[in-house]
Design a protein around this ligand. Structure first.
Ligand code: PHE
Length: 489
């Protein structure tokens, strides 16, 4: 490119001129070579911001059929004097209904008057014709994408006010000029060297690369963001939560969506007449309608629910129904997983967590879905206590990036004491889940040896915080544009 520039010393070159002088057809070549020359002080690049005007959505039709005022003018001048009324225009088919009003304004602007509902032509029609021709050629200029600097100011101001005929885009125009150094540097000091831009296996297999000149990268330049495959933000979040709990020494557990009312609720000392068990909150199944539960548990739950335990509880009273217990349902919380896990190994200390889907009959809105996910966990060991529970949750949220956590008293039928966990986000406290120490009415029938700290929280709630959403549905509508632009978690 330097050679081409030196053929015409003191001049400024445009992109098009350089492309043809170098016999290139890719403007990236000019940009790249020009930049390299500029870095060595051989050329100076000037960029100017330009505004380019082109036809808007209505522009092409206006060129093809004539501008509205041109069409009306043609009609007016071919009508007899007594047939230039508004009514005549409306019935002529020259203009559409919406255009008539605008057209009247345009013709008044050209010097026509409206008297008793009829157009009156100006004395001299020459001026009108000159204006119409100028407007037409202005549009044709825009058809070829014109720099604002090349356009007539008055006509531009006129067309800017009209809808859809022209529109502008901002661009940058560059020029390249040889510097003194670039002009005077003797040819003998110029050496043509091949610069390697891309490293290929072929290049590395040969010997050429040893002496090659490698082009440096400017990592500060804007570049398109590649849109490749990536995990869904929810999957990424689940992975992150999983690795935090694993890091904190927890093991992961899992469970089925299909459970019994017994394990989902009775084992948790939720009374059988609790409102949340009603059909309107819980998805009961017709298939399987009934799932067997070991008698040992049914008997223990009956005793506990009707009369309480040896530790002083009086139970809920009334009569417990083992049939109700064996009803099939879709789990309403993942606490069913931790309770079943305890029932299997009640005499082994544990720290376990699980992340799973749960189901509730919720009406879908900004903050509710009938299917969502919970993050659940328990610690059972000698000396498991409320401070240990609070510290564990604080540590978890801190690792998630929410260092401010507070707990408030709450109520769950299966924990005592019970807590609500809140984190501070943008100056506000947001409730993210529940926690507590399982009551003896829960742990005794399971045969637990030690106290159990337990918690459960909503994953989507947390996702809304992490992704800054105010509508939970955004997570599941598969909006590719949105998905692509989510931060990597
Ligand atoms: N299961 C409760 C819920 O769904 C959360 C919770 C879990 C509360 C464990 C206390 C202990 O909201």
């Amino acid at each position: 490119m330097l050679k081409a520039l030196r053929t015409r010393p003191a001049e400024t070159w445009s992109l098009d001129e350089l492309l043809s002088a170098c016999n290139w057809d890719d403007q990236a070549h000019v940009a790249g070579a020009g930049l390299a020359l500029a870095e060595n002080g051989l050329v100076e690049i000037k960029s100017t911001k330009t505004t380019i005007w082109e036809l808007g959505p209505e522009g092409a039709a206006a060129i093809e059929n004539g501008l509205l005022e041109q069409r009306i003018w043609n009609w007016l001048t071919s009508q007899p004097d007594d047939a230039r009324g508004m009514k005549d225009l409306q019935s002529s088919g020259i203009t559409s209904k919406q255009e008539t009003g605008i057209g009247v304004g345009l013709l008044k602007g050209l010097g026509c008057a409206l008297e008793k509902g009829a157009f009156v032509l100006p004395e001299s029609t020459d001026a009108v014709i000159v204006t119409l021709v100028a407007r037409k050629s202005f549009l044709e200029q825009c058809e070829n994408n014109s720099d604002e600097a090349d356009l007539d100011d008055e006509l531009l101001a006129h067309f800017r006010k009209r809808k859809g005929l022209i529109e502008s885009t901002e661009g940058t125009t560059r020029t390249w000029t040889l510097t003194d150094l670039g002009r005077k540097l003797p040819n003998s000091e110029l050496e043509e060297r091949l610069q390697v831009v891309q490293i290929t296996p072929e290049l590395l297999q040969g010997e050429e690369w040893r002496d090659a000149d490698f082009k440096s990268y400017d990592v500060g330049l804007d570049a398109p963001i590649p849109a490749g495959g990536r995990p869904h933000p929810m999957m990424a979040l689940i992975e992150r939560i999983r690795s935090i709990f694993l890091e904190m020494g927890f093991d992961e557990i899992d469970g089925d969506y299909v459970q019994t009312a017994g394990w989902n609720m009775d084992a948790l000392f939720i009374p059988q007449d609790h409102p949340a068990r009603e059909m309107q909150d819980t998805f009961y199944l017709t298939n399987p309608e009934k799932i067997d539960i070991e008698n040992k548990f049914l008997n223990d739950w009956t005793k506990i629910h009707e009369h309480g335990s040896d530790t002083g509880s009086t139970g809920w009273g009334g009569s417990f129904s083992p049939d109700e217990s064996q009803k099939g349902l879709l789990r309403t919380h993942t606490t069913v997983n931790t309770v079943r896990y305890l029932s299997e190994t009640p005499d082994v200390p544990c720290r376990v967590f699980g992340i799973g889907r749960v189901f509730r009959k919720e009406t879908i809105d900004r903050t509710h879905l009938p299917e969502f996910h919970q993050i659940e966990g328990i610690i059972m060991e000698p000396g498991a206590s409320l401070p240990m529970l609070v510290t564990t949750l604080k540590t978890f949220y801190e690792k998630m990036g929410y260092p401010e956590v507070r707990v408030r008293p709450a109520y769950f039928p299966y924990t005592e004491p019970s807590l609500e966990v809140e984190v501070k986000w943008r100056g506000q406290w947001l409730e993210l889940g529940g926690a507590g120490i399982f009551r003896p009415e829960v742990t005794e029938p399971l045969g637990c040896k030690w106290p159990v700290c337990a918690w459960g929280m909503g994953l989507e709630r947390l996702a809304m915080l992490v992704l800054g959403l105010d509508d939970i549905r955004q997570l599941y509508i598969s909006d590719l544009e949105w998905l692509r632009n989510q931060p990597l978690l």
